[in-house]
Design a protein around this ligand. Structure first.
Ligand code: AAL
Length: 415
């Protein structure tokens, strides 16, 4: 027997024999794809029972996210007088990619609710319109202009139209968006959702001036704001996901709900089990296998997870991920195909906010890439580690709290 074979025999067979002799079988050296028939801890039971595979490597709903700055969009030297944010899903039409987004073009950056007026924005998305851009590669974009302007008072959205998303249904295009009837921040970030339609992605767009997704009843979780409308076609119907919150106080409520309709102009019935996602902020979902997957980021016990609902309603975490895209507008090839075999996503647009600080606050669009697809396996997207140099961590410093912490440490030593 050659030396190599002897080493293989010892390395492979001994552990098995040893286990058998000892009676107590150890968990195997290589993570088995199927659950081993030995006593397991709660954590290892969960690894096999609650995830599509016991390690991230084979988990189709695990991915690393990678980012690229877009070309072709001007931000006035980042002086805060232009913002682009909250991109819609990306769609493909007429041989190119389309995206719609909140576009604010004002003489000044946002000045807060106290400083806002009929021409000065209170927030980054106040006094905004819905603009759109096209691309042939998803990296270089050409802004095409305004798709939906602010309507005249008293129509829905006269103050601001923002945070759009797109639906393609029976040959027509629909843009759903937040329609502000008062300055954001006056009471809260309060608005319903309205819709415009067009025969082509380049418009012209026809506003319905209807509150197609109305606010909830008094005392309901979604009584003040219907944010981030996100339509998909699923189960032969229009599944429109949205977010609501307690005016920027996620510790009180920030969750996502679902409203379902047979016609793009409604009526939309809210899911009786709403909210359907207990974590997240802006909506980002896609058909996956026979269900719906959701990107949950920023807030909630289950933030930084990708979730999946076999019925589009009952979501649970499918993976834990990091550095997630904010306000994702994925390119979802089967968003409107009513598929029961969703293939997933590999890229999209997202936004970066808080640029320019208080004096020039604005947001910009960017691109993310990932491997949440059943049709690709990109090893570059399956490595969970993001290495950040120390200065990245030190940016999240203690600030003024350091003095208090030092004082407490000295008191502790003195006791
Ligand atoms: C975004 C979205 C909604 C909010 C504001 C603009 O991230 O959640 O659109 O109203 O912030």
């Amino acid at each position: 027997m050659s030396t190599g074979l002897k080493i293989w025999v010892l390395a492979t067979l001994l552990p098995i024999i040893g286990n058998a002799e000892g009676g107590q079988k150890s968990f195997p050296y290589k993570m088995p794809k199927e659950k081993p028939s030995i006593p397991l801890s709660a954590a290892m039971e969960r690894a096999y029972e609650e995830y599509s595979s016991p390690t991230y490597w084979w988990n189709e709903l695990f991915t690393k996210f990678r980012y690229t700055e877009l070309e072709g969009l001007d931000y006035h030297n980042h002086d805060g007088t232009i913002t682009r944010r909250d991109p819609s899903k990306v769609i493909k039409a007429n041989g190119k990619y389309y995206v719609w987004y909140t576009c604010r073009r004002t003489d000044t950056p946002p000045q807060g609710a106290r400083g806002g007026n009929e021409s000065v924005p209170s927030s980054d998305w106040d006094l905004s319109e819905i603009w759109y851009a096209t691309s042939e590669d998803g990296f270089k974009w050409t802004e095409q202009g305004c798709a939906v302007p602010r309507p005249a008072k008293p129509h829905v959205g006269w103050r601001s139209v923002a945070t759009p998303d797109v639906l393609f249904w029976k040959g027509k295009y629909y843009l759903y968006y937040q329609g502000f009837m008062e300055m954001s921040g006056k009471r809260g970030d309060d608005c319903p959702v309205t819709v415009s339609w067009a025969d082509a992605p380049d418009g012209p767009w026809h506003p319905t001036h209807q509150m197609v997704i109305p606010n909830g009843p008094e005392g309901a979780w979604d009584q003040y704001s219907i944010h981030d409308p996100y339509p998909l076609v699923y189960n032969d119907r229009i599944y429109l996901y949205y977010k609501s919150d307690f005016n920027g106080r996620p510790e009180l409520i920030r969750a996502q709900g679902l409203a379902i309709a047979d016609d793009p102009l409604g009526p939309f019935e809210k899911c009786p089990l709403n909210p359907v996602l207990n974590s997240g902020h802006e909506t980002g979902l896609f058909p996956f296998k026979g269900g719906i997957a959701a990107l949950a980021f920023r807030h909630g016990n289950e933030h930084n997870t990708i979730q999946w609902a076999p019925d589009g309603i009952n979501f649970s975490p499918a993976s834990s991920v990091s550095l997630m895209p904010i306000a994702p507008g994925p390119y979802v090839p089967d968003a409107f195909t009513n598929t029961d075999d969703g293939r997933g996503i590999t890229w999209g647009l997202c936004h970066f906010t808080g640029i320019g600080g208080r004096k020039a606050k604005h947001s910009m669009l960017g691109r993310f890439d990932c491997d949440l697809s059943l049709d690709f396996h990109d090893p570059q997207m399956k490595d969970p580690e993001h290495y950040w140099p120390p200065e990245f961590y030190f940016k999240s410093g203690l600030g003024g709290a350091k003095k208090r912490i030092v004082q407490r440490a000295k008191q502790d030593l003195a006791n």
